[in-house]
Write a protein that binds this ligand. Structure first.
Ligand code: CTP
Ligand code: ZN
Length: 155
């Protein structure tokens, strides 16, 4: 057998592994998870590691955290191929590919400065997902401004 150089990243005992994150985007995932200086639990981050499926990928493993729908939707926006693995007693007990929801409420900022969602009244943003030739786009429910996924600004 040929010898292979392999990157070994520790397994976690209980928590969530976000795998197949688009290469270079682990810092955005950490931001979505609210992980910053002073975070108390174990976090393992791998960036630009080899992936059999997509060339290169990032991985984020968080001990003791399970993600709510809003965080998963945000991850879907910045990394549509990501998988969310739930780990219990070192075993993967659930594996889901993230999915772009049809409707995003209070997650994306509207780029139109005159949109009612950017007014001082603070109306919650609503975006609808639309397919287009250049990939999925989001359309503001109120002003109908359309945003490419790549340009999305998360709230
Ligand atoms: N993992 C972990 N700790 C565990 C179990 C799994 O950190 N106790 C990680 C693995 O390192 C991998 C991810 O969780 O990054 C998914 O694990 P698994 O389903 O066993 O790996 P694959 O079959 O390679 O997953 P996929 O088919 O989604 O690529
Ligand atoms: Zn708008």
């Amino acid at each position: 057998m040929e010898e292979k150089e392999e990157l070994k990243v520790s397994k976690i005992a209980e928590g969530t592994v976000i795998d197949h994150i688009r290469a270079g985007r682990a810092p955005l995932v950490l931001k979505i998870l609210g992980i910053e200086a002073g975070f108390p639990d174990s976090v393992i981050v791998a960036m630009n590691v080899r992936s059999t499926r997509y060339g290169k990928k990032d991985i984020v493993k968080v001990e003791g955290q399970f993600l709510d729908e809003e965080k998963i939707n945000k991850i879907a926006l910045i990394s549509p191929q990501a998988t969310i693995n739930i780990i219990r007693s070192y075993k993967v007990v659930k594996k889901d590919q993230v999915e772009l929801p049809k409707r995003l409420v209070g997650i994306v900022k509207c780029p139109n400065r005159n949109c009612i969602t950017n007014s001082p009244e603070g109306v919650e943003t609503i975006f609808h997902t639309e397919a287009s030739a250049g990939g999925p786009r989001l359309r503001c429910h109120y002003c109908e401004e359309s945003v490419e996924l790549a340009e999305v600004e998360l709230l």
